[in-house]
Design a protein around this ligand. Sequence first.
Ligand SMILES: Cc1cc2nc3c(=O)[nH]c(=O)nc-3n(C[C@H](O)[C@H](O)[C@H](O)COP(=O)(O)O)c2cc1C
Length: 175
Amino acid sequence: MGKVLVCYFSRADENYSVGKVEVGNTEIFAKNIIEKLKADGREVDEFKIVPVVPYPEGYDDCVAKATEERTMQERPEYQGDVNLDDYSTIFFGYPIWWGDMPMIIYNFLEKHTFNGQNLYPFCTHEGSGESGTFTTVGNLAVGAMRQEGLAIEGKLARQDGGKKQAEYFADQAAI
Ligand SMILES: Cc1cc2nc3c(=O)[nH]c(=O)nc-3n(C[C@H](O)[C@H](O)[C@H](O)COP(=O)(O)O)c2cc1C
């Protein structure tokens, strides 16, 4: 069995429906996937997509920034990078912003080439569901084998039920 990468973007601070948090919803879900894979003896690496310019702490300010990025079709830079060739399976997570992926996710996917990896997208949201983004991920990740994704409400990702869903999702990658 090959090495697994859990790659995600997630924002802490003030957010919709969960208030001010130290760790974002998507990150909690990603960490639960990692924990399960490790418990199952898989070799796992983590890559957190961290913006070079942090998003504002306040929810409304972040919404304004995200709106601007989307309108201008920006590609925000992130810190460091990861070589996807090292992995046979990739879990790829993000929050839904404006019924779509954050622009930093577009930047990451456009910068990388995939080489036959099994790609499992996941997202957290507060009602919009995956909003067609799993198809977008598949379209941008040319060369990857896009598998079924998982969408979960952000506040649920923080609860026991969310942990169970992360464990179930991690089990999908038994390859
Ligand atoms: C800028 C911004 C835009 C958002 N747009 C949506 C949306 O269109 N639909 C939705 O269901 N949730 C939306 N949300 C809520 C987030 O998707 C949700 O809180 C998610 O779990 C946040 O994940 P994170 O804590 O990992 O960043 C938005 C949040 C932010 C900050």
